[in-house]
Design a protein around this ligand. Structure first.
Ligand code: AMP
Length: 282
């Protein structure tokens, strides 16, 4: 595995791959790899000729008072895991080169970003869309892989890629979970053992919601109430949102007809955790 920090060197490697007719698979990350990240890399490895993983903790997507400084880091551990997953290029751009002095240009995806996490993290998706667009320019991927755990991000990037005429495929990869159901996240390291227990209510209530819908429940309000009840019953939890919405537009729905996204964000202690599930009315 090659480590590249310079943007020009990365762009040159991408041009070489294109000349040689190789398909580039790209996995953008913020590091501190767990099995969820590795699943994306393995998927890219299985489908592409050159696998590029970027690690960049993007300051532009963190709000004031969020965990930018505290965000967990383990560069050597990440490099070893990426190499073992068969990654070809580990791209580690520097903040000064992605955001040069005088930086003034942003990518804004309207409407999709006002909802769910966008409401409590203003500017977050602007930061995500901007940096991913920049990384696409540098890496020139044929396919880019995103986790469905960050469902809204997956939709925002898909919209951005279509709107900006990117000739690439945005691939969504199923959420990887711990054996007890907790969605894997770099932020899970913030949890104390007691909070880790409380956090189980997220995936558990999503599963319960799926059962209710399979049993005939169609009212979004009833589902939201059940989920909120299960979560607030656990110590050290504070709900940011629980929402049932259209999986494409992310607009809230009152009734579940066909498919709906049930998404939530919950503070457990100081960790802000997200999870979601697609509900299918039988
Ligand atoms: P991050 O490093 O948190 O920015 O995540 C990098 C990529 O990994 C994003 O596309 C995430 O959606 C994806 N990801 C994070 N956690 C998981 C998970 N538990 N399962 C699948 N993909 C994940």
């Amino acid at each position: 595995m090659e480590r590249i920090a310079e943007i020009e060197a990365m762009a040159a490697a991408a041009r070489r791959a294109w000349r040689e007719g190789k398909r580039i698979g790209f996995v953008p990350t913020m590091g501190y790899f767990h099995a969820g990240h590795l699943r994306l890399m393995e998927r890219a490895r299985g489908e592409c000729d050159l696998v590029v993983v970027s690690l960049f903790v993007n300051p532009a997507q963190f709000g004031p008072g969020e965990d930018l400084e505290a965000y967990p880091r383990d560069l050597d551990g990440d490099a070893a895991k990426a190499a073992a997953a068969g990654v070809d290029i580990f791209f580690l751009p520097r903040a000064e080169s992605l955001y040069p002095p005088g930086f003034r240009t942003w990518v804004e995806v309207r409407e999709l970003t006002d909802k769910l996490c966008g409401r409590s993290r203003p500017g977050h998706f602007r930061g995500v869309a901007t940096v991913v667009n920049k990384l696409f320019h540098i890496v020139q991927p044929h396919r880019a892989y995103f986790g469905l755990k960050d469902y809204q991000q997956y939709r925002v990037i898909g919209r951005m890629a279509a709107d900006l005429n990117w000739d690439l495929e945005v691939v969504g990869v199923e959420t990887v979970r711990e054996p007890d159901g907790l969605a894997m996240s770099s932020r899970n390291v913030y949890l104390s053992p007691r909070q880790r227990q409380s956090a189980l209510a997220l995936s558990r209530s999503l599963q319960r919601a799926r059962e209710l819908v399979e049993g005939g429940e169609r009212r979004a309000g009833t589902i939201v109430e059940m989920v909120e009840g299960q979560i607030t019953a656990q110590p050290e939890t504070r709900i940011d949102y629980v929402s049932v919405c259209d999986p494409e537009t992310l607009t809230e729905v009152d009734r579940i007809d066909g498919e709906a996204l049930l998404a939530l964000a919950v503070y457990v202690g100081k960790a802000r955790l997200i999870d979601n599930i697609i509900l299918k009315a039988p």
